[in-house]
Structures are given as structure tokens and as C-alpha cells.
Write a protein that binds this ligand. Structure first.
Ligand code: VGL
Ligand code: ZN
Length: 201
């Protein structure tokens, strides 16, 4: 392989592989209160990954941002973000066109008013489930590249999972224009392998 960002080697899915689908919720999509630019574009691609995993009866873990109405990340409480993903609200629901498998396990994060969490590993049941299914390779995609995806990938690498970053199924908030690109570079530099749906088989 000459260019790490253009990985064309095929990847055969099998035991030990798990798919992590991060925060495909209405508030992060077009019309949402914290809409990620081009966020909707990841949905059909993630549906393709989900199909591949479900066809092989491999685990799919779906995560959601799930804040109380007075969460510390909200501008009203002195945080950086508009109100978003308030537990039980329409904005916190998964996108209607995401092919949420019936077998998918759902993990909530940042559920306490006083604490922000971007990493899925902040919820201990997430790691427990990875242990239960004996996952060793994590295929990670969703929203947003520069926050929850970045944090989750870095934690996964620290736990010594092999991490495959789904570069066709992530998008960035880009508070600063280069945030998404910088996040991708950091994840790859720390050991994540960038892949696209076309090389899965
Ligand atoms: C996220 C900003 C605020 C994320 C969550 O899921 O990446 N970003 N809350
Ligand atoms: Zn949030």
C-alpha cells in the first residue's frame, strides 16, 4: 500500500468484528438544532455497512447523545452548543431512514446534567457489550468526526482495539474549518485504518 488514505485492500468480515454507529439523530441532521454539514450523506452509507454486518450476524452497536434539558454543554448553561439531543425529544430520535437493526444494542451518553462526554466509552455498558461479543476489530462511523467519532476512536485505540475508520460515513461540525481534516489525520496517525464501504466483503 502506498497511500494510507487510499486503502483498496479488501476486508473480509468475520468473528470479532463489530460495527459502531455514532449519533445518527435528528438534531445532527439537516433541519436539526446542531446540524452537521452534509450529515445526511452518511445515512445511506451506514445502511450499507449495517447490511453487511447483519447479513453475517455480526454485532451492531448504535449510540446516541442523550442529554437532560439542563445539560452543561448547552449555551444556556455556559456550554458551547445549542440545545440538542434532549432525551425523549424528536431531535434525539434516530433518523427515520437509518436501517436500525432489531438486534442492534443502543447506548446513551452524556446523560448527566453536569458532565459532557463525547466518547461512547464514557458509558461503561458500551465496553461491557464489546467484551460480551468478544469484539477485537471496531468499524466506526457516524457523527460528528471532530467530537464523538474522534473521542470514541482514540479511546478504542487506547483499549487496543483494531479500529477501522469509515471515512465515507463520517462528517465534521468544523467549528474551525480544518477540524474534521485534523481529526481524521490524528486518528490515522494514532493507528486507525481508513476504509470505505466498497472494500468490505
Ligand atoms: C456531539 C457536539 C455535541 C457529537 C455531541 O455527537 O459529536 N457533538 N454533542
Ligand atoms: Zn451533545
Amino acid at each position: 500500500m502506498t497511500n494510507k488514505r487510499k486503502n483498496t485492500d479488501k476486508i473480509e468480515l468475520g468473528k470479532g468484528d463489530a460495527l459502531i454507529v455514532i449519533d445518527i439523530q435528528n438534531d445532527f441532521l439537516s433541519g436539526g438544532s446542531l446540524a452537521v454539514p452534509e450529515g445526511d450523506q452518511v445515512i445511506p452509507v451506514l445502511n450499507g455497512y449495517i447490511d453487511q454486518f447483519i447479513n453475517r450476524q455480526l454485532p451492531v452497536l448504535v449510540t446516541r447523545d442523550w442529554h437532560p434539558a439542563n445539560h452543561c454543554s448547552f449555551i444556556r448553561q455556559g456550554g458551547p452548543w445549542p440545545e440538542h439531543c434532549i432525551a425523549g425529544s424528536k431531535g434525539a430520535e434516530f433518523a427515520a431512514d437509518l436501517h436500525l437493526p432489531v438486534s442492534a444494542k443502543i447506548f446513551s451518553k452524556a446523560t448527566e446534567a453536569g458532565q459532557e462526554d463525547y466518547s461512547d466509552f464514557a458509558n461503561p455498558t458500551f465496553k461491557e457489550q464489546l467484551d460480551n461479543v468478544e469484539a477485537s476489530r471496531l468499524f466506526i462511523g457516524g457523527l460528528a468526526t471532530d467530537y464523538c467519532v474522534l473521542s470514541t476512536v482514540l479511546d478504542a485505540l487506547n483499549y487496543h482495539y483494531k479500529v477501522l475508520l469509515l471515512t465515507d460515513a463520517i462528517r465534521a461540525v468544523n467549528v474551525r474549518p480544518q477540524d474534521g481534516e485534523n481529526a481524521i489525520n490524528e486518528m490515522i496517525q494514532k493507528g486507525a485504518i481508513p476504509i470505505t464501504l466498497a472494500i468490505i466483503r
